[in-house]
Design a protein around this ligand. Structure first.
Ligand SMILES: [Zn+2]
Length: 305
């Protein structure tokens, strides 16, 4: 699933191709990918409008067209990119936005969980997930105190807390595992038990991991591609995610995969000691990403600079 770095990379690659362009025609091939309003109104409101800006909040892409706000959420496998009309139509193509330079902004989604909301000036119909989003982890307003307040008093695992978009926006399975490894915190630790020092470390790690992943244009694990159809380069820098059975880059202990917060969770049992009395269900590791390149050199963990 695309997380903050992947969605940000899509935003940056779409920006020069889409902003300033007039939307001539909206072709809806799969109506259920239009969440709000009805597909006919969606099409009528958008046709003729001009893209002014593209912003990102958490994992949402926000396209401004005058008073209109087009909200896209890619969910599991959504893919937004610009291509020429001559490019063969993809198998899971659901929406085509025809731009006034002849190019097409296409929405492809194999699993069909993602899609669009179109909001008018009153912003009625905003998806609840967007309305309730927590702070942007790369913004200056995300301080160690903000993270501490989000985790304080919570019995839930720190992994579940970081996946909760209302507490921190934009993190998903990959970067939560990476940030917790970087901070040397076990994913099953109850969120409210982290010390002030651990919260400060985790805060720094979340920012470093995300900033590095944005710089590397995201992680292509299976389906993710950017707005030009390219893969991200972050995969080979991941320290624990998808590396069950491999040696920890810090201490050589075998990286484990267990279920935490109902998600496959990767950690080093030595660097990230388990909290007492927590039983963990092992998850059998699948083979890693097909055709991935061999790791050249294990970088010291916790750096990401
Ligand atoms: Zn280790």
């Amino acid at each position: 699933m695309p997380e903050l770095p992947e969605v940000e990379t899509v935003r940056r690659t779409l920006y020069p191709r889409v902003v300033g362009r007039r939307l001539e025609r909206v072709e809806i091939l799969t109506e259920r990918q239009i969440f709000h309003p009805d597909p006919g109104t969606f099409r009528a409101e958008l046709e003729g409008a001009v893209f002014d800006d593209i912003e990102r909040r958490g994992k949402y892409l926000l396209f401004s067209l005058g008073p209109l706000l087009l909200v896209a959420h890619l969910r599991m496998s959504g893919h937004l990119f610009v291509c020429g009309p001559e490019a063969p139509r993809q198998k899971h193509l659901h929406v085509v936005f025809h731009l006034d330079d002849g190019q097409e902004l296409r929405y492809v989604d194999q699993r069909k969980f993602g899609g669009f909301h179109l909001l008018g000036p009153d912003r009625q119909g905003m998806p609840r997930g967007l309305a309730n989003l927590g702070p942007e982890p790369l913004s200056p307003s995300f301080t160690p105190d903000v993270l501490a307040a989000a985790l304080a008093g919570r019995q839930t695992s720190v992994k579940a807390a970081l996946l909760n978009q209302a507490l921190v926006a934009g993190l998903g399975n990959i970067y939560v595992d990476e940030a917790l490894f970087c901070a040397r915190i076990h994913p099953a630790r109850p969120a409210g038990t982290l010390t002030e020092e651990e919260v400060a470390r985790l805060h720094g790690c979340i920012r470093r991991v995300l900033a590095r992943a944005v710089e590397k244009r995201g992680t292509t694990f299976s389906l993710y591609r950017d707005g030009e159809g390219n893969e991200g380069d972050m995969y080979d820098e991941l320290q624990v995610f998808d590396r069950a059975g491999e040696p920890c880059p810090a201490c050589g202990t075998t990286i484990q995969k267990v279920a935490v917060a109902q998600r496959g969770t990767h950690f080093c049992p030595r660097c990230q000691p388990a909290p007492e009395g927590v039983a963990l269900t092992p998850v059998r590791a699948r083979p890693g990403r097909r055709g991935r390149s061999v790791r050249v050199a294990a970088e010291p963990p916790g750096t990401y600079e």
